[in-house]
Design a protein around this ligand. Structure first.
Ligand code: ZN
Length: 260
């Protein structure tokens, strides 16, 4: 005879997460709940519709794994690549770090979607798709704040290809419209660290400090960086604690503020 055993838990997680209630039914009570028995999802009845992720996390506390179609580690096809940086990129990276001598931190192969965000809501996803598989060869950051200050593209022969040119043009535009300078360096057999450092300093200095014009719509300022209407926020810490200011709706991607 098939005996069903009910295990019911009610969990109060952190304040903002709703109470999770679920019921687990299993035909072999001898193996539950503290053994590492794998329960198929079909054997689990959820009392209401919490996402399975939540349930799986709770069950894992009891050593129980919801093993639907998860592949085993042996089945996963991931292997480490041997060409994280090409020989040309590595050679340039060495010269760059030598020339800059710690004044900027050099991050190779940075995804554009980690540097830029899409402002506004119009066709947001399609604009995001355009950048989230593209990388800039090197991103130079302030060593303390890690704020990006300059992108560098190492132009090798592949940049002469037509598809590559279109890609380059688009990336140039992204940097330009977002106000982050981008330096193109032609790939060469050798570089002078001093020359490269000079090029970098020049490009950073040339960064157009576009004047921040704050437009207002019926008293509400528009973010000077991304053009969205701002919202009133209250400073939670620091000297200005308690003070109100206009903050960008896109925070934390955009940290522009305007005084009230
Ligand atoms: Zn903004």
């Amino acid at each position: 005879m098939r005996t069903l055993v009910d295990y019911s838990w009610k969990l109060q997680l952190k304040d903002r997460i709703p109470v999770a209630t679920f019921r687990l039914q299993h035909s072999d009570p001898g193996n539950l709940p503290l053994s590492s028995t794998t329960i198929k999802p079909s054997e689990v009845t959820m009392a209401n519709s919490e996402p399975q992720g939540c349930l799986a996390v709770i069950l894992s506390l009891f050593g129980v794994r919801l093993n639907g179609d998860l592949p085993t580690s042996e089945q996963l096809p991931y292997r480490q690549r041997d060409d994280f940086l090409s020989a040309a990129e590595l050679s340039f990276y060495r010269v760059l770090t030598l020339g800059l001598d710690g004044s900027y931190l050099v991050c190779p192969k940075v995804n554009l979607a980690d540097v830029f965000f899409v402002s506004g809501s119009h066709k947001k996803q399609s604009y995001k798709n355009k950048i989230d598989r593209k990388h800039v060869d090197f991103l130079l950051c302030d060593p303390t704040s890690m704020t990006p200050v300059l992108g560098i593209e190492l132009d090798d022969q592949s940049h002469a290809r037509r598809d590559r040119q279109e890609r380059d043009q688009f990336v140039d535009q992204v940097f330009e419209v977002a106000g982050l300078p981008l330096l193109h360096v032609r790939a060469a057999a050798g570089y002078s660290p001093q020359n490269i450092a000079d090029l970098v300093r020049q490009a950073v200095a040339d960064r157009a400090l576009s004047e921040k014009v704050v437009e207002r719509q019926e008293g509400t300022p528009v973010c000077p960086k991304c053009g969205t209407p701002m919202v009133i926020r209250t400073a939670k810490k620091g000297n200005q604690k308690g003070a109100e200011f206009w903050g960008c709706k896109n925070y934390p991607k955009c940290r522009e503020i305007v005084e009230t």
